[in-house]
Design a protein around this ligand. Structure first.
Ligand code: ADP
Length: 244
């Protein structure tokens, strides 16, 4: 199994940290498992496309304003815009993060992986672990058609049918059924995912960093499997609390 070195110095002087991403079909339970994972490792910093652009828009940055203009009907952004924002996001978080984790829309295919590898390599970093969380198509479909998520931070609600008037447990914003979580669009997303994932995984399997986990288990078991699949050196304290 490959090793990572959370405190080793990279070539340009900053600390090198583990980088991982969590991927799998929509509805596999990635966001749900991420919630538990982030509680367990508070120093890790998470890149999700929707949350990233929502934040940029709230901050009123040039990128955020363009993202508002370019957002598709289901809040899908062009790849070029993601690549434009990614280096700044990494540089902003690198000084204090103990791990960078990508989950939620990026990277989805072989071309994204090449871009991500390049941006990381420029900073003395590489992808140390890819966790692929899989469920059969019927399980994914059933989950997604019943899913409720926060309108801003995308946090899913554990109960398929939330109490009327209830709000997001993370940020207090309203809950919605995503417009693209309907049967027809979901089938398209799922087929596209299966096609893209084969190439994405082949790319990282060649580097020996892929671990597969079963998303059909109860949430606590899935969370434990994700933790077990993480790089060995993932520190569970934020960088500023670690000894120098
Ligand atoms: N292990 C699990 N068992 C049963 N239901 C789950 C599990 N994980 C997630 N769910 C539910 O399935 C739906 C999809 O989960 P989500 O985490 O949003 O998937 P993804 O982020 O992979 O698209 C949500 O309604 C969530 O509450």
């Amino acid at each position: 199994m490959p090793t990572t070195h959370a405190s080793a110095a990279a070539t340009d002087g900053h600390a090198t940290i583990p980088v991982m991403f969590l991927t799998g079909p929509p509805g596999a339970g990635k966001s749900t498992a991420m919630k538990a994972f982030r509680r367990r490792f508070p120093g890790l910093v998470h890149f999700g496309v929707r949350v990233f652009f929502e934040r940029q828009a709230e901050l009123g940055t040039q990128l955020g304003l363009r993202a508002l203009e370019l957002a598709g009907p289901n809040r899908w952004w062009p790849d070029e815009l993601v690549i434009e924002g990614l280096p700044g996001w990494i540089d902003e978080n690198l000084p204090t993060a103990t791990c960078l984790i990508f989950e939620g829309g990026y990277p989805r295919n072989r071309s994204h992986a090449a871009d991500l590898d390049r941006v990381l390599a420029e900073r003395g970093l590489r992808v140390n672990r890819v966790v692929y969380m899989d469920v059969p198509d019927d399980v994914a479909t059933d989950r997604v058609l019943n899913r409720q998520v926060c309108v801003v931070c995308d946090t899913p609600v554990a109960e398929a049918i939330p109490v009327p008037g209830s709000a997001c447990e993370q940020c207090g914003r309203p809950l919605v059924h995503r417009p693209d979580d309907n049967e027809q669009q979901f089938r398209k997303r799922l087929n596209q995912h299966r096609e893209n994932a084969a190439q994405l995984l082949a790319h990282y399997e060649a580097q020996g960093v892929v671990v597969r986990i079963d998303g059909t288990a109860p949430p606590a078991e899935v969370a434990a499997a994700l933790e077990a699949a993480a790089p060995d050196t993932l520190p569970d304290a934020p960088a500023e609390r670690l000894p120098a």
